[in-house]
Design a protein around this ligand. Structure first.
Ligand code: URA
Length: 246
Protein backbone atom coordinates (compact mmCIF):
# COMPACT_ATOMS: atom_id res chain seq x y z
CA UNK A 1 0.00 0.00 0.00
CA UNK A 2 1.29 3.43 -0.91
CA UNK A 3 0.48 6.67 0.91
CA UNK A 4 1.46 10.30 0.60
CA UNK A 5 4.63 11.23 2.45
CA UNK A 6 3.01 14.14 4.33
CA UNK A 7 0.15 11.93 5.54
CA UNK A 8 2.59 9.24 6.67
CA UNK A 9 4.63 11.75 8.67
CA UNK A 10 1.55 13.38 10.21
CA UNK A 11 0.12 9.97 11.15
CA UNK A 12 3.44 9.08 12.75
CA UNK A 13 3.03 12.12 15.00
CA UNK A 14 5.86 14.16 13.50
CA UNK A 15 3.61 17.21 13.20
CA UNK A 16 0.51 18.61 11.52
CA UNK A 17 0.21 18.37 7.74
CA UNK A 18 1.48 21.93 7.38
CA UNK A 19 4.35 21.35 9.82
CA UNK A 20 5.51 18.26 7.94
CA UNK A 21 5.18 20.08 4.60
CA UNK A 22 7.50 22.68 6.07
CA UNK A 23 9.97 20.00 7.12
CA UNK A 24 9.94 18.60 3.58
CA UNK A 25 10.43 22.10 2.15
CA UNK A 26 13.38 22.60 4.51
CA UNK A 27 14.90 19.36 3.16
CA UNK A 28 14.75 17.69 6.58
CA UNK A 29 13.02 14.56 5.26
CA UNK A 30 14.68 11.72 3.36
CA UNK A 31 13.23 8.67 1.62
CA UNK A 32 15.78 5.85 1.56
CA UNK A 33 18.51 8.40 2.16
CA UNK A 34 17.44 10.73 -0.66
CA UNK A 35 16.04 14.14 0.11
CA UNK A 36 12.25 14.20 -0.35
CA UNK A 37 11.15 16.82 -2.85
CA UNK A 38 7.37 16.95 -2.47
CA UNK A 39 4.76 16.31 0.26
CA UNK A 40 2.60 14.39 -2.22
CA UNK A 41 5.34 11.87 -3.07
CA UNK A 42 3.96 8.35 -2.61
CA UNK A 43 5.85 6.03 -0.26
CA UNK A 44 5.46 2.39 0.75
CA UNK A 45 5.62 2.34 4.57
CA UNK A 46 6.73 -1.31 4.78
CA UNK A 47 9.54 -0.92 2.26
CA UNK A 48 10.77 2.69 2.39
CA UNK A 49 12.98 4.16 5.11
CA UNK A 50 11.74 7.60 6.01
CA UNK A 51 13.92 9.83 8.19
CA UNK A 52 13.48 13.29 9.68
CA UNK A 53 16.69 15.15 10.45
CA UNK A 54 18.51 11.86 10.03
CA UNK A 55 16.33 9.93 12.54
CA UNK A 56 14.20 7.10 11.24
CA UNK A 57 10.48 7.57 11.73
CA UNK A 58 8.92 4.70 13.64
CA UNK A 59 6.34 3.10 11.37
CA UNK A 60 4.02 2.13 14.23
CA UNK A 61 3.09 5.75 14.68
CA UNK A 62 5.08 5.95 17.87
CA UNK A 63 7.08 9.09 18.21
CA UNK A 64 9.46 10.39 20.85
CA UNK A 65 10.99 13.84 21.10
CA UNK A 66 14.00 14.78 23.13
CA UNK A 67 13.42 18.30 24.43
CA UNK A 68 15.98 20.62 25.99
CA UNK A 69 13.55 21.93 28.60
CA UNK A 70 14.08 25.54 29.58
CA UNK A 71 13.22 26.82 33.07
CA UNK A 72 9.73 28.34 33.35
CA UNK A 73 7.82 25.50 31.67
CA UNK A 74 5.82 22.88 33.56
CA UNK A 75 5.83 19.19 32.66
CA UNK A 76 2.12 18.76 32.10
CA UNK A 77 -0.15 18.30 29.12
CA UNK A 78 -2.26 21.27 30.23
CA UNK A 79 -1.84 23.98 32.83
CA UNK A 80 -3.92 27.04 33.58
CA UNK A 81 -1.10 29.16 35.00
CA UNK A 82 2.17 28.36 33.28
CA UNK A 83 3.39 27.45 29.79
CA UNK A 84 3.75 23.69 29.33
CA UNK A 85 6.51 21.69 27.65
CA UNK A 86 3.91 20.54 25.11
CA UNK A 87 4.13 24.00 23.53
CA UNK A 88 7.71 23.21 22.53
CA UNK A 89 7.02 20.12 20.38
CA UNK A 90 4.90 19.73 17.21
CA UNK A 91 1.27 19.31 18.15
CA UNK A 92 -0.03 15.81 18.65
CA UNK A 93 -2.82 15.23 21.11
CA UNK A 94 -1.48 11.85 22.24
CA UNK A 95 1.90 13.10 23.39
CA UNK A 96 2.86 13.38 27.07
CA UNK A 97 6.03 14.08 29.04
CA UNK A 98 7.97 11.05 30.32
CA UNK A 99 8.14 11.92 34.02
CA UNK A 100 8.60 15.40 35.39
CA UNK A 101 11.21 18.04 35.83
CA UNK A 102 10.42 20.94 38.16
CA UNK A 103 9.38 24.23 36.59
CA UNK A 104 12.80 25.73 37.38
CA UNK A 105 14.78 22.64 36.23
CA UNK A 106 16.29 22.54 32.75
CA UNK A 107 17.55 19.73 30.61
CA UNK A 108 16.71 16.48 28.91
CA UNK A 109 13.03 15.62 28.83
CA UNK A 110 11.37 13.00 26.66
CA UNK A 111 7.94 13.63 25.21
CA UNK A 112 6.23 10.69 23.59
CA UNK A 113 3.06 8.83 22.71
CA UNK A 114 4.78 5.51 23.52
CA UNK A 115 3.28 4.42 26.83
CA UNK A 116 5.28 1.20 27.06
CA UNK A 117 8.60 2.99 26.60
CA UNK A 118 7.60 5.65 29.16
CA UNK A 119 6.72 2.95 31.67
CA UNK A 120 10.05 1.16 31.14
CA UNK A 121 12.01 4.38 31.52
CA UNK A 122 10.17 5.46 34.66
CA UNK A 123 9.65 2.24 36.58
CA UNK A 124 11.90 2.19 39.69
CA UNK A 125 12.40 -1.51 38.93
CA UNK A 126 14.13 -0.63 35.66
CA UNK A 127 16.89 1.27 37.53
CA UNK A 128 17.33 3.76 34.70
CA UNK A 129 20.11 6.24 35.55
CA UNK A 130 19.33 9.95 35.44
CA UNK A 131 22.26 12.32 35.81
CA UNK A 132 21.80 15.88 37.00
CA UNK A 133 24.19 18.79 37.05
CA UNK A 134 23.58 20.93 40.12
CA UNK A 135 24.98 24.15 41.56
CA UNK A 136 24.79 24.17 45.34
CA UNK A 137 24.51 26.98 47.84
CA UNK A 138 27.62 25.72 49.66
CA UNK A 139 30.49 23.40 48.64
CA UNK A 140 29.59 19.70 48.66
CA UNK A 141 31.36 17.67 51.34
CA UNK A 142 33.13 14.43 50.40
CA UNK A 143 31.02 12.70 53.07
CA UNK A 144 27.91 13.21 50.88
CA UNK A 145 29.29 10.59 48.49
CA UNK A 146 29.07 7.73 50.99
CA UNK A 147 25.80 8.99 52.42
CA UNK A 148 24.21 9.15 48.94
CA UNK A 149 25.54 5.74 47.96
CA UNK A 150 24.05 4.25 51.14
CA UNK A 151 20.62 5.87 50.50
CA UNK A 152 19.25 9.00 52.17
CA UNK A 153 16.20 9.56 54.33
CA UNK A 154 14.36 12.40 52.61
CA UNK A 155 11.19 12.00 54.63
CA UNK A 156 9.54 9.26 52.53
CA UNK A 157 8.61 5.76 53.69
CA UNK A 158 11.91 4.38 52.42
CA UNK A 159 15.38 5.88 51.92
CA UNK A 160 16.45 6.74 48.38
CA UNK A 161 18.12 4.06 46.26
CA UNK A 162 21.92 4.31 46.10
CA UNK A 163 23.01 7.39 44.14
CA UNK A 164 26.40 8.48 42.77
CA UNK A 165 27.84 11.90 43.50
CA UNK A 166 30.75 13.47 41.64
CA UNK A 167 32.12 16.83 42.77
CA UNK A 168 33.22 18.67 39.61
CA UNK A 169 36.60 20.30 39.15
CA UNK A 170 37.88 22.60 36.43
CA UNK A 171 38.48 19.65 34.07
CA UNK A 172 34.95 18.25 34.18
CA UNK A 173 33.46 18.07 30.66
CA UNK A 174 29.99 18.64 32.05
CA UNK A 175 30.92 22.22 33.00
CA UNK A 176 30.22 23.02 29.34
CA UNK A 177 26.53 22.75 30.22
CA UNK A 178 26.79 25.40 32.98
CA UNK A 179 25.12 28.71 32.24
CA UNK A 180 27.48 31.68 32.10
CA UNK A 181 26.40 33.03 35.48
CA UNK A 182 27.61 29.88 37.29
CA UNK A 183 30.93 29.41 35.45
CA UNK A 184 32.78 31.18 38.27
CA UNK A 185 31.79 28.34 40.63
CA UNK A 186 33.31 25.61 38.47
CA UNK A 187 36.16 24.75 40.86
CA UNK A 188 34.48 25.72 44.13
CA UNK A 189 33.03 22.32 45.05
CA UNK A 190 29.60 23.79 44.50
CA UNK A 191 29.12 22.18 41.09
CA UNK A 192 28.21 18.50 41.27
CA UNK A 193 26.85 15.63 39.21
CA UNK A 194 24.32 13.37 40.87
CA UNK A 195 23.10 10.14 39.28
CA UNK A 196 19.89 8.70 40.69
CA UNK A 197 17.70 5.78 39.62
CA UNK A 198 14.34 7.03 40.81
CA UNK A 199 12.17 10.03 40.07
CA UNK A 200 10.72 11.06 43.40
CA UNK A 201 9.17 14.49 43.78
CA UNK A 202 11.97 17.13 44.08
CA UNK A 203 14.33 14.23 44.71
CA UNK A 204 17.67 15.91 43.98
CA UNK A 205 16.74 19.06 45.89
CA UNK A 206 15.52 17.02 48.85
CA UNK A 207 18.69 14.89 48.91
CA UNK A 208 20.92 17.94 49.20
CA UNK A 209 18.50 19.55 51.65
CA UNK A 210 18.91 16.42 53.82
CA UNK A 211 22.66 17.26 53.87
CA UNK A 212 21.90 20.81 55.05
CA UNK A 213 22.65 22.23 51.60
CA UNK A 214 20.42 23.69 48.86
CA UNK A 215 20.28 23.39 45.07
CA UNK A 216 20.43 26.75 43.28
CA UNK A 217 20.45 25.44 39.70
CA UNK A 218 19.51 22.05 38.29
CA UNK A 219 19.82 20.54 34.83
CA UNK A 220 19.26 16.94 33.71
CA UNK A 221 22.08 15.85 31.41
CA UNK A 222 21.13 12.24 30.72
CA UNK A 223 18.30 9.76 30.96
CA UNK A 224 19.28 6.10 30.50
CA UNK A 225 21.61 5.96 27.52
CA UNK A 226 20.38 9.28 26.16
CA UNK A 227 22.61 12.30 26.66
CA UNK A 228 21.53 15.89 26.11
CA UNK A 229 23.39 16.97 22.95
CA UNK A 230 25.42 20.17 23.41
CA UNK A 231 24.03 21.28 20.05
CA UNK A 232 20.40 21.14 21.22
CA UNK A 233 19.51 24.65 22.33
CA UNK A 234 17.14 25.41 25.21
CA UNK A 235 13.56 25.13 24.00
CA UNK A 236 14.49 22.95 21.00
CA UNK A 237 13.24 19.40 20.48
CA UNK A 238 14.45 16.65 18.17
CA UNK A 239 12.45 13.67 17.06
CA UNK A 240 14.35 10.55 18.03
CA UNK A 241 13.92 7.07 16.69
CA UNK A 242 12.79 4.02 18.65
CA UNK A 243 14.77 4.25 21.86
CA UNK A 244 17.74 2.14 22.80
CA UNK A 245 16.15 1.83 26.24
CA UNK A 246 18.52 1.76 29.28
N1 URA B 1 15.04 16.38 41.25
C1 URA B 1 14.57 17.59 41.59
O1 URA B 1 14.69 18.02 42.73
N2 URA B 1 13.96 18.32 40.63
C2 URA B 1 13.84 17.90 39.36
O2 URA B 1 13.30 18.63 38.52
C3 URA B 1 14.34 16.64 39.02
C4 URA B 1 14.93 15.89 39.99
Amino acid sequence: MQIRLDKYLADAGIGTRSEVKNLIKRKAVTINGICAAKPETKITPDADEIAVNGSLVAARGLVTYMLHKPAGYVCAVKDDRFPTVMELVPQNRDLFPVGRLDKDTEGLLLITNDGMMAHRMLSPRSHVDKTYLAVLERPAEKAYMDLFSAGVDIGDDTPTLPARLVICDDDSQELNYLPEEYRAYSDSGRVVLLTIQEGRYHQVKRMFHAMGNEVLYLKRLSFGSLVLPMSLKKGEAVCIEALPVM
